[in-house]
Design a protein around this ligand. Structure first.
Ligand code: ZN
Length: 398
């Protein structure tokens, strides 16, 4: 159904209802809960779903007010909700952004846990970006719509357990979030004592799902069957995939529940999540593993590697230049696989800047685009992982 057809549908519904109500007492102002009752309902009661104010605008029409967890925040307006219908029917959801602009093209969950972008003609965004209207044809039962693929905390825990089992890594709890959710690390022991430490982080910013998909594909390729394990054995690996479980659970745009962007807390370490990561890193160092490299997985508007500045006095020297050259040598076509940003957030307490300042070792933020095709995310990650193995293989021979 086209948006204009849907508008007619909604208008007709209102016209039919009004005369029936005219002889009765005036209706009380509709409360938020009215979205959650009736033949067609909208609910936001699952892991990753924020609790936005919802108003019913018609029998099958809803308006959500999309607001951040804290003021003055990175513009990552996440949303996630379920629509429930008793029969095949049309529904409309307006996303209202009082202070921000629509960013994420909606995705819909299909059977078998697969997700697809909504067709372009199912969404109309106002010129100023303050309002996006989704016109949907929904099947009986529940239909899940979100700003990106929904990956619940439970699914993340299952993935970590499965990955640990598949790769023989040690999985342990390194701390708890502010609300007491576990933060886990996976550790792969080096075959030699005193091996250099490589740290891989993810999940600091809740809406950055392409970063989760990219991290998983990267880890699968890195520790998969095709890798020369003797290269990996020369390093100690510490992997912390889900650093902000509270933010994910509540559908935050950016922060943990302490009102902080965790990737601005490396150095201050005022939050339990970053403190847990720091303690896990320090514990590895105490066992004789000198920090060698940190990779931190995120998502933004494009595929980009935020690296230390050119010729930064770090060891290994010029890691990112060499790694990127290896990635691009293996990447098909003339375009680079990732853009490169060598001076992003310089001087900010991000993980990569803290790592470079503290240990004089390179940190790289690996960013995937919000709308990057998911097959491309996998291809980028595989290429980057194989290039890293190649780099490390040469580095150990030096
Ligand atoms: Zn991020």
């Amino acid at each position: 159904m086209t948006p204009s057809a849907l508008v007619r549908f909604v208008a007709l519904g209102v016209a039919l209802i009004l005369p029936a109500c005219a002889t009765q007492t005036p209706l009380a102002p509709q409360s938020v809960s009215t979205c959650e009752t009736g033949a067609t309902r909208l609910t936001q009661d699952f892991s990753t779903a924020p609790d936005y104010a919802c108003e019913r605008a018609g029998e099958a029409a809803f308006a959500l007010t999309v607001t951040p967890e804290d003021p003055d925040i990175n513009p990552s307006p996440w949303y996630a909700f379920d629509l429930h219908a008793e029969a095949m029917s049309a529904a409309q959801v307006a996303l209202e952004y009082p202070e921000y602009r629509h960013r994420y093209h909606p995705r819909i969950e299909l059977e078998g846990g697969h997700w697809a972008a909504l067709p372009e003609d199912a969404i109309s965004v106002s010129e100023d970006g303050r309002r996006a209207v989704l016109a949907l044809e929904i099947a009986p039962g529940a239909t899940r719509i979100a700003a990106q693929e929904v990956i619940t905390l439970e699914e993340r825990a299952l993935w970590r357990a499965d990955f640990g089992d598949r790769t023989g890594m040690t999985r342990n709890v390194i701390g708890e979030s502010r609300e007491g959710r576990v933060i886990e690390a996976l550790t792969r022991q080096a075959a030699v004592s005193g091996a250099p430490l490589i740290i891989i982080l993810g999940g600091q910013h809740p809406p950055e799902v392409p970063g989760v998909l990219g991290l998983r594909a990267f880890l699968d390729a890195l520790f998969g069957e095709q890798t020369d394990l003797s290269v990996l054995d020369r390093y100690q690996w510490l992997i912390i995939p889900d650093l902000n479980p509270d933010g994910v659970e509540h559908g935050h745009w950016r922060h943990n529940t302490g009102g902080l962007d965790l990737n601005r807390d490396w150095g201050p370490f005022t939050q339990p999540e970053t403190r847990a990561a720091f303690a896990a890193i320090e514990a590895q160092i105490a066992q004789g593993h000198a920090p060698y490299l940190l990779l931190d997985f995120h998502a933004t508007r494009r595929d980009v590697l935020y690296t230390p500045p050119d010729a930064a006095e770090l060891t290994p020297f010029a890691f990112s230049e060499d790694w990127i050259a290896l990635i691009d040598a293996a990447w098909p076509g003339d375009e680079p696989a990732f853009d490169r940003g060598p001076s992003h957030n310089v001087g900010m307490p991000t993980s990569k800047t803290w790592f470079a300042d503290t240990y004089a070792a390179p940190g790289v933020t690996v960013e995937y685009g919000d709308d990057t095709d998911r097959d491309r995310i996998t291809a980028l990650s595989r290429t980057a992982a194989r290039a890293l193995v190649r780099y490390l293989g040469v580095a150990q021979a030096d």
